[in-house]
Design a protein around this ligand. Structure first.
Ligand SMILES: Cc1cc2nc3c(=O)[nH]c(=O)nc-3n(C[C@H](O)[C@H](O)[C@H](O)COP(=O)(O)OP(=O)(O)OC[C@H]3O[C@@H](n4cnc5c(N)ncnc54)[C@H](O)[C@@H]3O)c2cc1C
Length: 564
């Protein structure tokens, strides 16, 4: 039940999807009771209500994502005991199948990593896949990974169980009120404006799902995310389908499958996707669906359905399409907005908001309370996102490939995005091009990964193996070691820090002694209050009161914030 809008709260959370509910729940667990969650419609009305609810750590081989996925899984398995409200979590098991050696290598590496963290991930044979999932075609499989204690949950149950826990912990949840903007004093966001009056707050947290980009602009902040069409098909009941069937995904055909009402849910991550309302998402879209584009989707659907041959005989109940936010690198945008104080963001969930939601809420709550993130958040931090990613053109172009990238294309070390390229180029770009450069991309910068001696670059496969380019890299390395080479550092961010206080400020920020002789370059770290590394950089003294700070392109916004 919704409550009246208070005039003030310690923390105001904007958006009652899985992420907002999770942050509210975890804040109350840390003893912050004066939490107000404002939802413009009803809880889960944005994207959360129609998620497929897969709960899996498939694809995760970094400790932060894996921790978030496993924490979420564990939380959803026990939340009902605390709140009396079911999350619908059922550990039916999760299978990922591989049909070619490169995909299988990915599964092996993932298994090795995850086992080290206690995840019961095992590699199984095609015959074992068949035993677990008799409806699947297995004659073309090399093998599969199987995690027995993961599976599925009810996304609405997950969000509303956490909302109930938050209320039990003292939080207030108000539905049917829209946040329309922000109140501000200088750099500090001091609260929100709504269609029901203003609310003062020490901290505002934006979890407004696909609407976060447009809402954040009202605070002058770039949160580059873009909604895309996202599909699944529901069939009529099928023979051989039962509620304990594991979920199964096939990255090569961009499809995943699980039981739904004795029929099958066939989910799609088509490699050529469609952005949804890139100019402006409609504000009044709640519990909404998008009319499916059958012409565009039928080839993808047919390819995916080949994994479960009996699907071709099944009656179709619904072909569902709903919007979900994707980001430039398919990772969420989390943390304090660098350009203002008192504003946090948690959005851009790239179709994993349910399976990471518990962990994200936990991390965000600690970050809000302590001012320091409890895990290595570099890859998830809002600070890595740059304003050019927020342009209409960038979002429209990039989003097209992001569903496939998320579903596994992006897992290979040789992978580079092929959309929205050529945005930032070094002054030496043409020189590198003529020298046969193969370009990678980082923060929009095109940079040479290696040079082909013949001037031609054959196609680079997605692989974990050495490639035709490995000897070329070896020879370049040898040349630089034994002779002379030019390093193009254009892609690094550079800050000129100058003035009477420059030395004092840099000395205070740096762990190393950076105020030395003019011309000296010092490699150093800027640390947080707990000694964690916030930035890894060099400081060069150019003059008495003039320094150059050179830092990785992806920490530009963070370093700028630390300097101000
Ligand atoms: C077809 C499909 C299948 C999916 N399957 C899975 C899956 O299997 N597993 C998984 O983990 N994820 C899945 N997802 C993704 C998952 O649903 C999302 O990542 C997740 O729901 C995002 O949660 P959120 O809280 O960020 O956003 P939302 O759920 O959209 O919540 C944001 C809320 O903010 C509110 N809001 C917006 N603007 C304002 C404002 N100005 N004032 C107040 N309130 C506002 C909205 O009404 C909304 O309720 C799927 C998504 C789709 C589309």
């Amino acid at each position: 039940m919704s409550q009246a809008l208070p005039a003030r709260a310690q923390v105001v959370i904007v958006g009652g999807g899985v992420i907002g509910c999770s942050i509210a729940y975890h804040l109350t667990k840390l003893g912050v009771k004066d939490v107000l969650l404002i939802e413009k419609d009803q809880l889960t009305a944005g994207t959360t209500w129609h998620a497929a609810g897969l709960i899996t750590s498939a694809g995760y081989h970094d400790d932060t994502s894996l921790w978030m996925a496993r924490y979420s899984r564990d939380l959803y398995s026990k939340l009902e005991a605390e709140t009396g409200h079911s999350t619908g979590f059922r550990p039916v098991g999760h299978l990922s199948v591989a049909t070619n050696p490169a995909r299988f290598e990915t599964l092996l590496r993932e298994r090795d990593f995850q086992v080290g963290y206690g995840v019961p991930n095992e590699i199984i044979s095609p015959r074992e896949v068949s035993e677990l999932f008799p409806l699947a075609r297995v004659d073309d499989l090399i093998g599969a990974s199987y995690v027995v204690d993961e599976g599925r949950a009810d996304p609405v149950g997950v969000a509303t169980s956490m909302a109930k826990g938050a209320r039990m912990g003292g939080a207030t949840i108000v539905e049917g009120i829209s946040v329309t903007g922000f109140t501000r004093t200088g750099r500090r966001i001091t609260g929100v404006t709504t269609n029901g009056g203003n609310v003062e707050a020490d901290t505002v947290v934006l979890c407004a799902g696909l609407w976060t980009r447009q809402l954040a602009r009202k605070a002058g902040i770039d949160v580059p995310l873009q909604a895309a069409e996202h599909y699944y098909l529901l069939t009529e009941p099928m023979e051989g389908v039962h509620r304990d069937l594991p979920s199964i995904e096939d990255l090569e055909c961009y499809g995943y499958f699980r039981e739904e009402g004795d029929g099958m849910l066939v989910g799609l991550f088509e490699p050529v996707a469609a952005p949804w309302h890139p100019k402006q998402a409609p504000e009044d879209f709640a519990f909404g669906t998008i009319p499916p584009n059958w012409d565009r989707m039928t080839p993808h659907l047919e390819k995916a359905m080949a994994r479960i041959p009996s699907l071709s005989e099944a009656g179709i109940r619904t072909f569902f399409c709903g919007p979900e936010s994707f980001t430039a690198d398919v990772l969420p945008l989390l943390g304090p907005a660098p350009e203002v104080d008192g504003l946090f963001v948690a959005a851009g969930l790239n179709s994993v908001g349910i399976l990471l939601g518990g962990g994200i809420g936990n991390v965000m709550a600690s970050w809000i309370v302590d001012g320091i993130c409890p895990v290595d958040i570099a890859a998830f931090s809002i600070e890595r996102a740059l304003p050019f990613e927020n342009s209409l053109r960038f979002r429209t172009e990039r989003t097209v490939e992001q569903l496939g990238v998320l579903f596994g294309d992006g897992s290979f070390p040789t992978f580079h995005q092929h959309t929205a390229r050529g945005i930032r180029r070094s002054p030496l770009h043409e020189t590198w091009e003529k020298a046969g450069a193969y370009f990678g991309v980082s923060a929009g910068w095109e940079f040479p990964e290696w040079f082909s001696p013949t001037g031609e670059n054959p196609e680079v496969p997605w692989t974990w193996d050495r490639g035709h380019w490995t000897p070329w890299i070896a020879s370049e390395h040898k040349t630089v070691r034994e002779n002379v080479g030019v390093m193009d550092m254009t892609l690094m961010s550079k800050f000129l820090v100058q003035g009477p206080s420059a030395a004092i400020i840099l000395d205070r920020l740096s762990a190393n002694e950076v105020v030395g002789a003019i011309g000296r370059v010092v490699y150093t770290q800027w640390c947080n209050d707990r000694g964690g590394i916030d930035a890894d950089l060099t400081v060069t003294r150019l003059g008495e009161e003039k320094f150059m700070v050179v830092v990785s392109d992806v920490t530009h916004r963070r370093v700028e914030r630390m300097l101000l």
